[in-house]
Design a protein around this ligand. Sequence first.
Ligand SMILES: [Zn+2]
Length: 84
Amino acid sequence: MSKEDPPSFTVVSPKGTRVLVFGEIEHNHNKKLQSMVRNGLVEIKHGTLAKMDIAHDDWCNLLHKKGYCNCNPDITIMPTEDYR
Ligand SMILES: [Zn+2]
């Protein structure tokens, strides 16, 4: 990884799929996504790219540029596309 790479982290699903997430783990939405993948609540297929919609609470720090997401956002995983 070079200095210009965006922050990212990897989560492993119960089926053993390694999911690379772009973003900072300090955000609540990324912690929630990490938990969803770890617990098999969402399965992202190997070799695909998934997008997610994140609905933050009105008072979330992220929306007010006060820092990391600190709410309990609703996360919707969008249909995956095959990039192989
Ligand atoms: Zn939030």
